[in-house]
Design a protein around this ligand. Structure first.
Ligand code: SF4
Length: 124
């Protein structure tokens, strides 16, 4: 990742180039991210819709368990996810590209149990 500083519209932007996107298995490494003074991301270039949206809507506080944006315990989140999966007509288990093998086995067991499809991030 390289960095340069530019002045646009009287705001000082830090422009990060050659950024690696961590949001799917493709691992694009040519993103350009413009960050305003104060840390807000203003623009993401060279990313797909998923990568761009994930960067643009990043919130540090989302690293904690939440249900509909409200803080919750991990157990409450698991119960909520189970309710969603149990009610789904066409359940899908998606991702798993950076998931350890034993967790992938559990995801496959769960998919068999609920009749879900499995897809991988390389399909985006
Ligand atoms: S395809 Fe999209 S989500 Fe995947 S690494 Fe590239 S920009 Fe990120």
């Amino acid at each position: 990742m390289s960095e340069r500083v530019a002045v646009l519209d009287a705001k000082q932007l830090k422009i990060f180039t050659d950024v690696v996107c961590p949001f799917c298995g493709t691992a694009c490494d040519d993103l350009e991210i413009h960050v305003e003074e104060g840390g807000r991301i203003k623009t993401v270039k060279n990313a797909c819709a998923l990568g761009k949206a994930t960067y643009m809507h990043y919130h540090e506080d989302l690293a904690t368990p939440r249900i509909h944006g409200q803080p919750a315990t991990l157990e409450q989140c698991i119960d909520a996810a189970a309710e969603i999966l149990a009610a789904a007509k066409y359940p899908l288990i998606y991702g798993l590209d950076s998931t350890e093998l034993s967790a992938q086995r559990k995801a496959i067991e769960l998919a068999e149990l609920i009749g879900a499809n499995i897809d991988h991030t390389s399909s985006v």
